[in-house]
Design a protein around this ligand. Sequence first.
Ligand code: GYE
Length: 307
Amino acid sequence: IESLPKVLTGTGSTKKIKLGVAVVGSESSWRAANTESIMTTANKDPAIDLLIQNAEGNQERQIAIIRNFIRSKVDVIAFTPFVESGWDEVLAEAKAAGIPIILTDRKVKVEDDSLWTTFIGSDFVEEGRRAARWLVENKKNVSGVTTIAELQGTSGSAPAIERRQGFEEVLSQQANFRIIASEVGDFTYASGQQLMAKIIAEGHVPQYVFAHNDDMALGAIKAIEQAGMKPGKDIGVISVDATKQAFQAMIAGKLNMSVECNPLLGPQIVKAAKELAAGKEIPVNIITAEGIFAQDTAKRDVTTRKY
Ligand code: GYE
C-alpha cells in the first residue's frame, strides 16, 4: 500500500504551500526583527514550507535567489527589493511561471505593475513627513533658521527616496528650515557614524540630524560624541523605525524622536501567501498604521516594545 500524503491543517489541501522569501540583507536591527518575524510565523505554520535566503545587500544576488525560487517551482515569492528599479526581467519570468509576487516592506518601479500582486509595508513618504512635522512643531516658538543634516538610506531604495521626499515636502512649506548637508549611506550604524563624522569634519554643526533609520542615527550619535558634543542637546537627532535601541537612546536623552516603522510583517505576509496560493484576490496595498515616539513617553513605551 502506498503511503498517503499527509493532510495538513489550515490549507484545505494536502500540499504545503512553498513560500520563497528573498531577504534583502542584514543592514539594521529593523531588518533583523523583520526577518525573524517572517521566519517564526512561517515555520510555525503547518501549511507553509518556507524557503528563505539572504541577498546581503546585493541586487544581483537577490535576482539570482528569485530565479532559483522560480526554478524550484515555489507557489509564492515574497521579497524586499533592495532598490526600486531593475526588476522588470526577473518579475516577468515569475509572472510567466504563474508565481504571484508579494513585495514586502519596499516597493519597485517597473513598467508593468501587473508583475507584482501586493505590497505589504509602510507609507515611507508619510514617515518622512512625520519627522519634519515634529521638527516644525518643536521649533514653532523659536526664531531664526533651523539647520539640518540628512543621512540618507541606501541610494535608490524606496525608503530612502520616499522618506526624503516626505521630509522635504513638509519643510519646503516652511521658511526657516534649511538642509545644510545630505549624505548617502546604506542604513547601517557604520555609515551613520562615518557620514556624521565627515559632516562635522567639513565644518558643519547642524542643529538637527535627520537619519533615515535608527541604526544610522545611533552611528551619528557616536560620531557627535566623538567630536566632543552632546547628541540630543548640542545636535538634536531624529530618525525612523523606533526600535528598542532607539528607545534606549531616547531614555538616555541622546535621540530626540523616532518615527515608527513596524517590521513585524510576518503574519500578514504568510496570510497573503496562503490567500494567493488559494487563488484569492487580495488588496494591492496593505499599509501598516504607525505613529511617532519621543523622549517624554520613551520610558513607558519601551516596556511594551517588541523589536
Ligand atoms: O527602515 C531600515 C532598513 O526597508 C523599511 O530598511 C525598511 C528600512 C528600515 O534597513 O532600518
